[in-house]
Design a protein around this ligand. Structure first.
Ligand SMILES: [Zn+2]
Length: 329
């Protein structure tokens, strides 16, 4: 029964009181209003258009929700676009000629998922009493890693109270001098291997919808806010930040930052072209099994952390022994 013109929106599809892309996006998601419509038409109906770019008033997570709602309304008959994608159409894979971290890195390795990665390894030597470990997400490696940093003792801030004898400051300063002497005399016997592991190519990899949308977004998909003693650098709230505020974050410690998702998306192509990306994402695996959200892979094994803890425990033992243990591990 449906003709081609029924699959897109006529001029009068949206009621007059629904204005703006955001209002239309909400309206479409209600009462099966996207049923029997092309995804391209739906996406193109909820964007702002500029000369060279288009913008959606939704971040990646909200866009995923919109697409999932469209899929839900069109179960069993997913009409992506009037036409099939052009022959040279490709998902936004990473495909680099050299390591993005350092062009002098030469060796590469193919991982279990078929991605080509940088295999450059460097050995870092750190002073064990001053080493700390932290877990971060490495964008270039597209994985979590454990990093080790050496913290140089820092002099107490502010200076002594000038009017009277500042006993607390003197005490803090003496403590600092002691730490500094220890730092200068300690040998860097904590040894860790640092594997670059940056992704050079993930062609042929199964990309999640989240990853695809993030890569296509010309706006930054996320940015980082830092807690400071005065408050946050941005007035944003996320669970992480709330956790920070509840005191799980130590005030004396430097905040490592919290990821905040942006709430708009910018492309240099229209909603119809975006629909082709969603189509190709969906077709990566049969039966709608293509992943929606990206899994965070970890490149550092828990063994790294255990080595770190073991090395810390060894500190009470003679230095030579720490060295040999660390190298062996
Ligand atoms: Zn590298």
């Amino acid at each position: 029964m449906s003709t081609k013109s029924n699959l897109v929106f006529g001029e009068n599809y949206f009621p007059k009181n629904i204005s703006g892309p955001q209002g239309r996006a909400i309206w479409l998601q209600e009462n099966d209003r996207m049923k029997g419509k092309y995804l391209g038409a739906c996406l193109d109906g909820i964007r702002w258009g500029g000369e060279t770019t288009v913008m959606y008033e939704m971040g990646t997570r909200q866009m995923i929700g919109f697409i999932q709602e469209w899929m839900n309304q069109n179960k069993g008959s997913l009409l992506w676009h009037e036409k099939q994608p052009p022959k040279n159409f490709s998902l936004p894979y990473t495909d680099l000629k050299e390591c993005p971290s350092d062009s002098s890195h030469e060796r590469t390795v193919k991982d279990m998922g078929g991605r080509i990665r940088c295999a450059h390894q460097s050995i870092i030597e750190l002073k064990p009493s001053f080493v700390d470990a932290y877990r971060t997400f490495d964008e270039r490696a597209q994985a979590e890693r454990i990093s080790f940093i050496e913290e140089t003792p820092i002099a107490p801030g502010g200076g002594p109270d000038e009017d009277e004898e500042d006993k607390q400051y003197d005490k803090d300063y003496k403590k600092y001098e002691k730490q500094l002497a220890k730092f200068e005399n300690e040998d860097p016997v904590f040894i860790a291997t640092d594997l670059c592991y940056a992704v050079l190519s993930d062609k042929g990899d199964i990309l999640s919808l989240e990853e695809i949308l993030n890569r296509l977004n010309l706006n930054r998909a996320t940015y980082t806010v830092y807690c400071t003693k005065k408050g946050l650098t941005h007035d944003f709230h996320s669970y992480d930040i709330v956790r920070c505020k509840l005191g799980e974050w130590d005030n004396d410690m430097e905040c490592l930052g919290h990821t905040v998702y942006t709430n708009n998306t910018v492309h240099d192509f229209d909603g119809w072209y975006l629909a082709w990306h969603v189509q190709r994402w969906h077709e990566q695996l049969p039966d709608g099994k293509a992943p929606v959200l990206g899994k965070r892979k970890s490149i550092s094994t828990e063994g790294d952390l255990l080595d770190f803890i073991r090395a810390k425990e060894m500190l009470s033992k003679p230095k030579r022994e720490i060295a040999s243990t660390a190298v062996e591990a």
